[in-house]
Write a protein that binds this ligand. Structure first.
Ligand SMILES: [Zn+2]
Length: 445
């Protein structure tokens, strides 16, 4: 294409490559998106790949059961195979044959019926399907018919029960189809499939609800999934220092993958919270751990140069703290830096402690200051500190605690334990009542 030629009027020569011809053909479709050089699919005129894509595929009708097929309860591979089955596009031998691909044997290998293997047979007549449906119906106590997948999905959707329960049934169905297709080449016993299929569904549920126990029955699975509410735990965290140390060093390193930048922050304070020195330094962007180690080293070096000893260093990363303490194996990439840290720690009699991020807010704020700095900056006066660091510093000085808020992980075992304890409590109460009544009777005697 020549430089002075108009892109829209250009036609590809007949002897050019296939992809150039194809691109130019595509251009003809895209022409209607532009009106006097203005993109008219978006109101602002800004080009949008999504809008172009939807315009190309045209207005389609959403699948009625799409919420069941693409629910988060299903494992991604199960979602895809369930969608394929609902579209009648499962790669069965019958479908391969209809596509003109030669198959030596088109009989279903999951049963001994010598039937032609296609979606109709797989989900209706095949003894494998009968066994699987039976196992599923036994576990869920729902009576789902042996018919094509679209109808089964529609039936599930029409049931009068909570949405989560319907999604779990669809998940079991997806797992069933997946394992059916997976074991086509290595037929195993139906019992094995059933266990495997149910186990896979429970694993997915476990990932979502932080719960997994292969022994759960259908009621318990539904009960937990429907009533699941994430509980929150909070812990009071305070910046403080034991009295045997004369001062305390807090360090932190952080990195931003989106900006490809990293920084180190550190602060040395007296135990009453008075500032001795604070620093913020941009680092080479590597990993979070590397930034943490460099931040610790930077703070330790400053203290070493000023001949300070017998102090405390607090950092966020447990792994880095353990590496410096010699309690954890050091990866070779960090070995040199950790050795330097260790050297100063032993020479200056430093105690290394891991602390929560909420008790290390000043160093945390300083480490995130890399974006505003071209080189290292030291602060010796409180008033010079950036506002992001000054606030937490004053809070620490006044002894105001922070709250560490985390979602509580709960396990199915805990639920079962609770139930058992309740039952135990009831039986103990009954026992106590019996004893009391016995005593009462004895007293009467
Ligand atoms: Zn069969």
């Amino acid at each position: 294409m020549k430089e002075d030629e108009n892109f829209w009027d250009y036609t590809a020569p007949t002897d050019c490559s296939w992809y150039w011809k194809r691109l130019n053909k595509l251009k003809l479709d895209m022409r209607r998106w532009y009106n006097a050089d203005r993109y008219n699919l978006t109101p602002s005129g800004k080009q949008s790949i999504a809008k172009g894509y939807y315009d190309m595929i045209g207005a389609g009708q959403a699948m009625e059961t799409s919420t069941l097929t693409w629910s988060k309860i299903l494992q991604p591979k199960h979602r895809f195979i369930l969608w394929l089955a609902a579209q009648r596009k499962l790669l069965t031998r019958g479908r391969l044959e209809s596509m003109g691909i030669e198959c030596a044997n088109t009989e279903c290998e999951l049963c001994d019926m010598h039937a032609h293997e296609d979606s109709n047979h797989l989900f209706k007549d095949c003894t494998w399907a009968v066994g699987m449906c039976q196992a599923m119906n036994d576990w869920t106590k729902l009576q789902l018919p042996k018919t094509n997948i679209v109808d089964v999905l529609k039936l599930i959707k029409q049931k009068h029960c909570p949405r989560m329960k319907k999604e779990i049934v669809a998940a079991v169905l997806g797992a069933m189809i997946y394992h059916g297709m997976k074991h086509q080449t290595t037929p195993l016993f139906v019992e094995h499939w059933t266990l495997e299929m149910l186990f896979q569904v429970k694993i997915t549920l476990g990932k979502i609800f932080s719960i997994v126990n292969e022994g759960w029955n259908w009621e318990l699975v539904c009960d937990i999934a429907i009533n699941y509410r994430q509980s929150i735990t909070s812990k009071l965290v305070l910046w403080e220092c034991a009295e045997q140390y004369s001062f305390i060093l807090n360090t932190n390193g952080s990195c931003s993958p989106s900006l490809s930048k990293a920084g180190a922050g550190g602060i040395v304070r007296k135990i009453n919270g008075d500032l001795i020195m604070a620093s913020a330094k941009p680092l080479q962007f590597l990993t979070n751990k590397s930034s943490e180690i460099q931040a610790a080293l930077h703070g330790l070096k400053w203290c070493h140069q000023k001949n300070l000893s017998d102090f405390l260093i607090q950092l966020n990363s447990l792994f880095v703290a353990q590496m410096i303490q010699g309690k954890s194996k050091v990866p070779w990439t960090y070995q040199k830096l950790i050795e330097e840290n260790k050297k100063i720690v032993t020479q200056r009699n430093v105690k290394v402690i891991r602390c929560y991020r909420e008790a290390n807010m000043v160093a945390d704020a300083l480490s995130k200051f890399f974006n505003n700095l071209a080189q290292e900056k030291f602060y010796y006066q409180e008033g010079d500190l950036p506002a992001e660091a000054l606030g937490p510093l004053r809070m620490d000085k006044m002894g105001i605690p922070s709250f560490r808020i985390r979602p509580a992980k709960h396990t199915g075992r805990a639920v079962e334990k609770e139930k058992q304890q309740k039952l135990k409590g009831k039986s103990e109460d009954k026992g106590a009542e019996n004893e009391q009544s016995n005593n009462h009777n004895e007293g009467k005697d």
